[in-house]
Design a protein around this ligand. Structure first.
Ligand code: ATP
Length: 458
């Protein structure tokens, strides 16, 4: 049975089952921050592992880095963030709520208008022409649109007077651009090659967060492919397809995914596209694929005074490569996977269950070990010790076996191993499959290879 999925259902499950808790909850929370709990941290780590495996491990032309969050402030001048980065902000004079004008326009047009590259004047004109009212109070009394720079500022230095203004990075990619030649030289990489990174970014977001969808601190999984201009559009198309295949392989259904090509581009961009997912809040950006031309490396060459030229080892031609960027939020993808996995099923015996149908690779626990009765716990702990050398495992001996299965269903554990009195006699256990709920009898010695085969991500 497919019931209508709401964000509230996901938030409640996450809080109650240890996926995600509100940030600083005992102090009344802290808007748009969330803490991953014991189950959630496993899920998100597995999502990151899957991305790294697919795009770094399995691609010999991609090299990983882990760059600093705090960078020389000149980086953000070169990138344009100090002068130009900004969300168009407007306030409703009636209810005093603050909004991002581009988001208001996109939501009003149900995603048919791409407002990202609109100027403030174009946004104001669109809002007036379409008489877009305040989504909160319904009034039509807007302040003019102003630019709001969402970079968080901190400082370094011991004395306030000497303190140097430093920014928390609003995107991870600059750490990849500034290391372009370091990586190229040490990895002896030849264009086309990519630099990839997973790391935290920070944005002082002004629009409501919608749980993990938009937070002020989030992780990005990004790669920049450095290439010749002649190949760049083929590589751009190739990443669109690879990005789509990745999220489909992780379990997002194709009917909930679509490409959204940008019709208005940033002045340096040659093409841009999002993949959107049909979240309970509607179709929204899941990731971006951008053709950034030579903009980033040229700007760093200009601002640092250091050459960013690549020398072709065969022709000796020197040039600044084009960049294709692929960027996806780990938290936003985790939210999409939570939404996709959620199901409420009616069972043949009239009961119902909530089950998270995660791809086994990303499931927080691969297997739960459950002694049928407490006096079987010694044997069960032996099995747990064996399995936990290979997999993240859960152990539960509290309550009826049916209730324990339900608990594992709600956190998406693909396999449950039950130890009963026969186990003591013949070294076999019952293995229950989360999705089909079918049970088979297996020898303990076969467990690891049986599960290993079924929890891979290829
Ligand atoms: P949006 O239009 O939703 O603000 P963006 O176009 O600014 O996103 P990018 O700068 O292209 O996003 O960032 C790449 C990816 O990082 C996004 O596709 C998204 O998955 C993720 N991301 C961006 N901002 C946030 C945020 N505040 N919270 C969580 N994830 C984010």
């Amino acid at each position: 049975m497919k019931t209508k999925l709401t964000m509230d259902k996901i938030v409640n499950l996450c809080k109650n089952r240890g996926f995600v808790f509100p940030g600083s909850e005992i102090y009344g929370g802290f808007a748009n921050t969330w803490d991953f709990g014991p189950v959630g941290v496993e899920l998100k780590n597995n999502v990151k592992k899957a991305w790294w495996k697919r795009f770094v491990q399995e691609d010999p032309t991609t090299y990983g880095v882990d760059a600093s969050i705090l960078m020389n402030p000149r980086v953000w001048e070169a990138s344009g963030h100090v002068q130009n980065f900004g969300d168009p902000q407007m306030d409703c004079k009636q209810c005093k709520q603050r909004f991002r004008a581009d988001t208001v326009v996109e939501n009003h047009s149900k995603g048919s208008v791409s407002a990202e590259a609109m100027t403030n004047e174009q946004l104001e004109q669109y809002i007036a022409e379409h008489h877009i009212c305040c989504p909160h109070c319904g009034g039509f009394n807007w302040t003019p649109i102003r630019k709001f720079n969402p970079m968080f500022i901190t400082s370094r230095g011991t004395l306030e007077a000497e303190a140097e203004k430093v920014y928390l990075r609003p995107e991870t990619c600059q750490g990849e651009y500034v290391n372009f030649l370091n990586v190229q030289r040490t990895a002896r990489a030849k264009v086309p090659f990519a630099i990839a990174q997973i790391g935290k970014s920070f944005r002082n977001e002004i629009t409501p967060g919608n749980f993990l969808f938009r937070t002020i601190e989030f992780e990005q999984m990004e790669l920049q492919k450095f290439c010749k201009e002649d190949d760049s559009f083929d590589i751009y198309d190739n990443y669109k397809q690879r990005a789509l295949k990745f999220v489909e392989d992780l379990g997002l259904k194709s009917e909930n995914l679509r490409f959204h090509d940008h019709d208005k581009l940033a002045h340096y961009a040659k093409a841009a596209c999002d993949i959107q997912y049909n979240f309970p809040i509607g179709w929204q950006e899941l990731n971006g694929i951008h053709h950034r031309g030579t903009w980033d490396l040229s700007r760093h060459q200009e601002y640092s005074g250091k050459s960013m030229l690549y020398t072709d080892p065969f022709t000796n031609e020197k040039y600044i490569p084009n960049v294709i960027e692929y960027s996806i939020g780990a938290d936003r993808l985790t939210l999409a996977l939570l939404c996709q996995a959620y199901d409420e099923e009616e069972l043949e015996n009239g009961e119902s269950r909530v089950v998270m149908h995660f791809h086994p690779f990303i499931a927080p626990y691969k297997v739960a070990v459950l002694p049928l009765q407490k006096n079987l716990s010694d044997k069960a702990k032996e099995v747990l010790q064996l399995l936990s050398k290979e997999f993240m495992c859960d152990y539960d001996e509290a309550g009826s076996i049916g209730k324990r299965y339900r608990r594992q269903d709600e956190i998406g554990t693909p396999y449950a191993v039950t130890i009963d009195f026969d186990t003591l006699e013949d070294n076999t256990v019952t293995l229950r499959d989360r999705d089909s709920m079918e049970q088979i009898r297996l020898d303990i010695d076969e467990l690891i290879s049986y599960i290993e085969e079924r929890v891979k991500f290829n």
